[in-house]
Design a protein around this ligand. Structure first.
Ligand code: GAR
Length: 190
């Protein structure tokens, strides 16, 4: 039985699309059944609809606190009969209200070689530090931000003259390969 996956997005959804494409392969162990955004205008919602996937918005601006938003989001996710949640450019700090119910079943992709550069502006920070390489990590979500056990990583070189934008584009190509592989590994193990 393929594992049922819900994807959380806030933006363009290119990683979500990479998961959707991978899941079209016959022996892929998961299927993307729900795409949920905290933003009504997230570009990824249109892509998901075009792919025939159910979408839903829980707008964080409708809630006074992070905990209330997380409770509403979790309540929706619980209705979808999901095995795994994949955060893919979901730009919200999550509380235990959302994280604990999905412990061991919620993944995130982060654009750095964790434990380096948790949080935002990862590529600029790697360039500023004079690092020779950057990359991306897929990890389990735990209550500490960008801190859960790493499932898989991919590396790219940082080249002379790189800007945060050129480096982000190089890393994103690797994200689109890494996330489907990491999700498959987790789905097979559940
Ligand atoms: C990706 O680079 C992802 O790693 C990053 O946001 C981008 C989303 O792109 N995630 C984070 O920074 C999480 N803190 P996408 O919407 O095209 O997948």
């Amino acid at each position: 039985m393929k594992k049922r996956v819900g994807v959380l997005i806030s933006g363009g959804g290119s990683n979500m699309y990479a998961l959707v494409q991978a899941a079209k392969i016959a022996d892929y162990p998961a299927k993307i059944v729900s795409v949920v955004s905290n933003k009504q205008d997230a570009g990824g919602l249109k892509i998901a609809t075009r792919e025939g996937i159910a979408t839903h918005v829980v707008n964080h601006k409708d809630y006074a606190t992070r905990e209330e938003f997380d409770a509403a989001l979790n309540a929706y996710l619980q209705t979808q009969n999901l095995d795994i949640i994949a955060c893919a450019g979901f730009m919200r700090i999550m509380t235990t209200v959302l994280i604990i119910p999905w412990a061991g079943r919620m993944l995130n992709i982060h654009p750095s070689l964790l434990p380096l550069y948790k949080g935002l502006h990862t590529h600029q920070r790697a360039i500023d530090a004079g690092d020779k390489e950057a990359g991306c990590s897929v990890h389990y979500v735990t209550p500490e931000l960008d801190d859960g056990p790493v499932i898989a990583q991919a590396r790219v070189p940082i080249l002379n003259g790189d800007t945060a934008e050129t480096l982000a584009a190089r890393v994103l190509i690797e994200e689109h390969k890494l996330y489907p592989a990491a999700l498959a590994k987790v789905a097979r193990g559940l």
